[in-house]
Design a protein around this ligand. Structure first.
Ligand code: MN3
Length: 200
């Protein structure tokens, strides 16, 4: 069974003005699709064909002969988490259990948001910033390129794409403004809370 591009869980123009229709048309319909297409071509007729996306990520990470497979598998996994973690009119009230976990592990919701934005700003070049469950605690991390928390044994519950293709149409070089809009106006906190529940 080949990997497939998951449909966006909202209309392309639903995230404006924080993420435009044009960005989603390029980012989801072209960039994400290209990772899926490349991944299917790369694993075809190899022992990795038919494996789950998680298995392909773990089996290819850190293996120089499988770098291209990992790049595309990692990016497919990362984007599949990214799209449902946003919603129209997002970034509002945080479900109470998640909110109390953010407060206990970061001091406050604002302190979490600041760490998350700083992780994204501080990722030199392309990559991702994450909210993960690691050893029972919530932590903020960042990874380069297509790398993800999955291959480090962490459970990602939120990730933000800081590749330029994710923000350059709408924010040009203002990565920090994009990250602030993400945490304040785009995040689907109900989805993040659901991912936290699954991490237990
Ligand atoms: Mn991307």
């Amino acid at each position: 069974m080949a990997f497939e591009l998951p449909p966006l869980p909202y209309a392309h123009d639903a995230l404006g003005p924080y993420m435009s229709r044009e960005t989603l048309e390029f980012h989801h319909d072209k960039h994400h699709l290209a990772y899926v297409t490349a991944l299917n071509n790369l694993v075809k007729d190899t022992p990795l064909a038919g494996k789950s996306l998680e298995e392909v990520c773990k089996a290819s990470f850190g293996d120089a002969s499988k770098q291209a497979i990992f790049n595309n598998a990692g990016q497919h996994w990362n984007h599949a988490l990214f799209w449902p973690a946003m919603k129209p009119n997002g970034g509002g009230a945080i479900p109470s259990e998640l909110e109390s976990r953010l407060k206990s592990d970061f001091g406050s919701v604002d302190a979490f948001k600041e760490q998350f934005v700083q992780a994204g700003v501080g990722q030199f070049g392309s990559g991702w910033c994450w909210l993960v469950v690691d050893g029972g605690k919530l932590k903020v991390t960042k990874t380069p390129n297509g790398e993800n928390p999955l291959v480090h044994g962490q459970h990602a519950i939120l990730g933000c794409d800081v590749w330029e293709h994710s923000y350059y149409i709408d924010y040009r070089n203002r990565r920090a403004d994009y990250l602030k809009a993400f945490v304040d106006n785009l995040v689907n906190w109900e989805f993040v809370a659901q991912k936290l529940a699954e991490a237990k």
